[in-house]
Design a protein around this ligand. Structure first.
Ligand code: UTP
Length: 289
């Protein structure tokens, strides 16, 4: 079955990005000149997704406004003959079908995903975590959709991380079956030292099937007293098995201040308009460090 739907959960509290996240949703923070959320929507669209549900909460209206038409701004640009800019802002509102749903309480990523049950119906779907940006030559979601078509099982986007990092993420019990591809038997969220299985961790992208919703309904609050998507996926993996894909490319943790800064530097260096000037300045600047 073709994968055409995606969920982008963006209803987290953004505690690690305070104080800015008090006033601006972390998903709307810029990387060079676009908000994180636009990179995610573009990745989905470039992977064949036609319908996206963004899970938001109170205070994240800026996300909805960004993907809407903006008549006042558009007519000012038109009057001034700034047609390139006009096209640029109208294109954002027509990238694909985007709907919004509020998670009324931040009860965890698993709970946020379960809010999307009626939007998903009986279809397989991508989940792009709202604060994980991946800079890859081929969109990561596209590669994962191809693997789903090949193996017929849910696919987890993973990368190897350090022992220190894995304690904050999840650790997979996985066996390699092909280049970058693993069979997943189990996983554990935020393991302590003795519970680390491998250093492979789920980072920002999962492709799931609707059977996950029944499991999510039975899932009790886990780490941080939140309903953890990983706990539900672990149960799924134990019952039916899953696939993990060690995706190439750089993953930026936009929910952390360091991740946000690194993403801006790395993408600014690649920017067709700013890249050369920025590189020159950065080289000079680093000499003074
Ligand atoms: P995170 O745990 O990284 O986001 O969740 P957070 O809760 O905002 O982070 P901190 O710890 O407070 O800084 C991963 C993704 O799941 C979403 C987040 O918005 C993020 O995109 N999420 C998390 C929800 O949509 N709802 C929740 O209840 C929790």
């Amino acid at each position: 079955m073709k994968v055409t739907k995606a969920i982008i959960p963006a209803a987290g509290l953004g505690t690690r990005m305070l104080p800015i996240s008090k006033g601006v949703p972390k998903e709307m923070l810029p990387v060079v000149d676009k908000p994180v959320m636009q990179y995610l929507v573009e990745e989905a669209v470039n992977s064949g997704i036609t319908d996206i549900l963004i899970i938001t909460n109170r205070g994240k209206e800026a996300i909805e406004n960004y993907f809407d038409f903006c008549p006042d701004y558009e007519s000012s640009l038109e009057k001034k003959g700034k047609l390139k800019e006009l096209k640029q802002i109208r294109d954002i509102a027509t990238l694909c079908n985007i709907s919004f749903l509020r998670q009324k309480e931040a009860k965890g990523l698993g709970h946020a995903v379960s809010c999307a049950r009626s939007f998903i119906g009986n279809d397989p779907f991508m989940v792009l975590y709202g604060d994980d940006m991946i800079d890859a030559e081929v969109p990561t979601s596209k590669q994962m959709i191809e693997l789903y078509e090949k193996y017929g099982k849910p696919v987890l986007g993973v990368q190897a991380v350090t022992r220190e990092q894995i304690k904050k993420y999840s650790s997979l019990d996985a066996e390699k079956i092909d280049d970058r591809v693993y069979k997943v038997k189990d996983m554990i969220e935020k393991p302590d030292d003795e519970h680390i299985i491998t250093l492979l961790s789920i980072l920002g992208r999962v492709l799931l099937t609707p059977d996950i919703f029944d499991i999510l309904e039975e899932t009790k609050p886990g780490a941080g007293n939140e309903i953890q998507l990983t706990d539900a996926m672990a149960e799924y993996a134990r019952r039916y098995g899953m696939i993990a894909y060690e995706f190439p490319g750089v993953r930026h943790d936009m929910g952390s201040k360091l991740g946000f800064l690194k993403a801006n530097v790395m993408l600014a260096l690649k920017d067709p308009e700013l890249g050369e000037d920025f590189k020159g300045w950065l080289k000079d600047y680093t000499k003074s460090l």
